[in-house]
Ligand binder design. Structure first.
Ligand code: 13P
Ligand code: SF4
Length: 336
């Protein structure tokens, strides 16, 4: 039984730890309890494909950033438990400000999001007046509030193509996705120099070596990967796009260049196909293709977060209102 004092201490600690640190009864069936509390509270669990397998398995919806924001915008639940990273929880809160949004671990950040501090970004925008600002969803609410249109990897090309050809564009914060879009759309965009640490960790020489050993395998990559890697990929797309490609393509062997969490869902969809994770760096022992931020969420933290409705994501009202406009623009363009 958790007393009020213990709970108070645990919520005080939350500030430093980023998650609620409370004892969990030994032998408790977490899956059963999560499902029970979820029903009782009319809560929904939204999970990204990069989450741990046990979290994906208990979620009501598993998807890419676009799918998750669409779900957050339309859910009838009172409580959104976001099993993903901080910017995803913020996006859900911006889209559904009247709902309570909780994240199992507040320290689940993102290198892309952190690469764009609001003050520097503001100065960058001031240096490029008359540019339309297209921002990848992997950024903070403050950056979204300074943007004209948000995009995800699933709709970025469509969004760029929806902008009149004579209109100069700033694209932020992912330079790799930006360069890929310049190549795909032929638009000359001003790029912010951010990158994803996970996708930049793939080693091209080792990937080519691996492909020599599996010459019939198709290489599929996320557009957050570097240009030299994208050049050798047979398919480039969002996490949902990659899963659909593997499902629909007749090939039976694939080399997957994205965060390793996706393999769980992919293997469920195509149990008879061979899925080979793309190699990272020189050191074979490192788990570079796992996003350390995404992995901060565990089933235990998810349980505590659902039970105590903490840690909660809040976005100041002024920022929420400003950030909602470019997100809604993205959702509108994506419908067309
Ligand atoms: P998508 O799932 O939208 O492709 O994004 C990948 C990603 O890196 C999320 O952080
Ligand atoms: Fe951010 Fe990369 Fe992790 Fe996605 S995989 S949350 S882009 S650091």
């Amino acid at each position: 039984m958790i007393t009020e004092t213990i709970l108070e201490k645990a919520t005080d600690k939350l500030q430093f730890e980023g998650f609620l640190k409370l004892p969990i009864e030994k032998g408790l069936d977490l899956v059963h309890e999560i499902n029970r509390i979820k029903k009782e509270k009319n809560a929904v669990i939204l999970a990204h494909y990069y989450q741990r397998p046990e979290i994906q398995d208990i979620a009501d919806f598993v998807g890419d950033s676009l799918g998750l924001s669409q779900q957050a915008a339309q859910t009838k639940a009172d409580l959104i438990v976001f099993a993903g990273v901080h910017f995803m929880g913020e996006t859900a809160k911006i889209l559904s400000p009247q709902k309570k949004v909780v994240l199992p671990d507040l320290k689940a950040g993102c290198s892309l999001s952190e690469s764009a501090p609001p003050d520097l970004f503001k100065r960058f925008l001031d240096k490029h007046p008359h540019h339309i600002v297209v921002t990848y969803i992997n950024c903070t609410a403050e950056i979204k509030a300074m943007s004209d249109i948000i995009c995800t990897s699933a709709n970025a090309e469509k969004i760029i193509n929806s902008i009149p050809k004579t209109q100069p564009i700033i694209f932020a914060p992912d330079k790799n996705l930006g360069n890929y879009l310049i190549h795909k759309t032929g638009r000359d965009m001003v790029l912010w120099e951010g990158a994803c640490i996970v996708h930049e960790a793939f080693a091209i020489d080792k990937l080519l070596e691996l492909h020599k050993q599996h010459p019939h395998a198709k290489i599929i990559a996320h557009p957050e990967s570097e240009t030299h890697l994208l050049k050798v990929a047979h398919y480039i797309g969002s996490t949902t796009g990659m899963i659909n490609f593997v499902k629909n393509d007749p090939c039976s062997e694939f080399i997957i260049a994205t965060e390793a969490g996706i393999l769980h869902q992919m293997a469920k969809e195509v149990p008879t196909k061979s899925l080979i994770p793309a190699p990272s760096h020189e050191d074979n022992t490192c788990a570079c293709s796992e996003c350390a931020f995404m992995r901060l969420n565990t089933l235990e933290k998810l349980y505590l977060c659902l039970k105590y409705e903490l840690p909660e994501i809040n976005v100041p009202e002024e920022i929420q209102k400003k950030a909602l406009i470019p997100i809604q623009r993205m959702l509108e363009i994506s419908k067309k």
